[in-house]
Design a binder for this molecule. Structure first.
Ligand code: ZN
Length: 263
């Protein structure tokens, strides 16, 4: 009634007095196109008088969200119940248009420091040694894995070169900072950088898991080959990606040509 339920305005007692039951429908208080509330108590009589100027429509009922005319969507509902956090500077690295969800999720876990690296497992008592599975003799931490470890350092150095970026590798948080500020926009070079970075983090993490849980391993060049293929396939399958002769060098590095994938 005017945006509030009868129950909220009058309490449970009025439902009992009206004799309507808790699951009564509005149509039970309409008779021949007019409001027809039972006249059992002064509160119900008051309701009958208050609803007189509410027009009775013969069209079907519609459910609105928030205000009349606003349709319901899970998007609106989610935004209605959640507490939004402040925007993080690196969000465009994770949630860019070419993202592959499993890669983005793995990368987001890394950004949040949520991967169960071996240093955490040792502290929790799950394993005795936190030694890096790439056999470098160091302890496995997030920062070691991305990219202080000689194995991941070598992969990242190669991927940087394939992105035509000439600079030394940086500690994890500085890499995130650098990539955030040097891969802005949706152009081909920026998109390839973002894609390559996220695909590489995913492949390093899965290679680490392959060694941890399956006792199998791929050598560095094979990991780089997988990264190259995944980046190339994603770039080519995107209709948004505009390839042009200007990007000839990048296309060659990643095995992408105007006709399709090259070797
Ligand atoms: Zn290592």
């Amino acid at each position: 009634m005017y945006g509030e339920s009868v129950h909220a305005l009058y309490g449970h007692r009025v439902i009992y007095d009206a004799g309507l039951g808790t699951s009564a429908l509005v149509k039970q208080v309409i008779l021949e196109g007019r409001w027809h509330w039972p006249q059992n108590s002064c509160q119900v009589i008051e309701i009958q008088s208050r609803v007189q100027d509410i027009r009775i429509s013969s069209s079907s009922d519609c459910i609105f969200w928030d205000s009349p005319g606003q349709t319901f969507s899970t998007h609106k509902a989610w935004n209605g119940i959640r507490c939004p956090s402040s925007e993080v500077p690196w969000y465009s690295l994770v949630w860019h248009p070419l993202r592959i969800p499993k890669h983005s999720f793995c990368f987001w876990l890394a950004l949040r420091g949520a991967h169960k690296t071996r240093d955490k497992l040792r502290v929790a008592g799950s394993i005795l040694s936190a030694a890096c599975v790439f056999n470098c003799g160091e302890e496995e931490t997030l920062e070691h894995l991305f990219f202080s470890c000689p194995f991941s350092h070598s992969v990242w150095t190669t991927v940087l070169a394939m992105c035509n970026i000439v600079r030394p590798t940086l500690p994890w948080t500085e890499e995130i900072d650098w990539m955030t500020h040097h891969s802005l926009g949706q152009g081909f070079p920026a998109s390839v950088r973002k894609l390559a970075f996220v695909v590489m983090v995913y492949n390093l993490w899965t290679e680490r898991n392959r060694r941890c849980f399956h006792n199998l391993f791929l050598p560095g060049p094979e990991v780089i080959k997988k990264i190259r293929q995944e980046v190339a396939w994603t770039a080519l399958s995107s209709r948004k990606m505009q390839l042009s002769e200007r990007h000839h060098s990048l296309c060659t590095n990643w095995g992408v040509s105007w006709q399709g994938l090259s070797r």
